[in-house]
Design a protein around this ligand. Structure first.
Ligand code: FES
Ligand code: FES
Length: 162
């Protein structure tokens, strides 16, 4: 029988205790063990970006990260983006305004990447946005709306900071 391991994960500012096999990915821990299904499973092998989350402020692919690797670190998922009073993050708001999705399956990963794109200063032009976001695939082809949303959110965030 496979060995189990107890651990605590900090997700969106809250502590979660779980006991799982060490080989369980962060993606499966989030979705299957903790019920945080906002993070999506597309390819499960690092090819589509649907599972993008942040660990210590950096975007990572949760399907390529073991849950144990995230122990003691700060994890942020799409469920943790809106503020406590349910005000949407600037990127979420811009995705709605720009119709940046169709089926929505890729959207949580797109938004988590977009937040990193803006925060890391890669939203200076549409070409730069497209390059940073290239690992996030959209089967519906909503790319023009996605780029427009990232551009709009970046302008708002930078305008608010000025
Ligand atoms: S599910 Fe992780 S990259 Fe596709
Ligand atoms: S909106 Fe359907 S996959 Fe992107």
């Amino acid at each position: 029988m496979a060995s189990l391991r107890s651990m605590e994960l900090e997700i969106n500012g809250a502590q979660y205790a779980l006991t799982i096999e060490p080989r369980v990915t962060l993606l499966d821990a989030l979705r299957e063990n903790l019920g945080l299904t906002g993070t999506k499973k597309g390819c499960d092998q690092g090819q589509c970006g649907a599972c993008t989350v942040h660990v210590d402020g950096e975007r990572v692919l949760a399907c390529l990260t073991l849950a144990v690797q995230a122990e003691g670190r700060s994890i942020r998922t799409i469920e943790g983006l809106a503020s406590k009073d349910d005000t949407l993050d600037a990127v979420q708001q811009a995705f709605i305004e720009e119709d940046a999705f169709q089926c929505g399956y890729c959207t949580p990963g797109q938004i988590m990447s977009a937040v990193a794109c803006i925060r890391e200063g890669h939203a200076g032009s549409d070409a730069e946005i497209r390059e940073f976001m290239a690992g996030n695939l959209c089967r519906c082809g909503a790319y023009n709306g996605i780029v427009a949303a990232v551009r709009k959110a970046a302008q708002r965030i930078q305008g608010a900071a000025a």
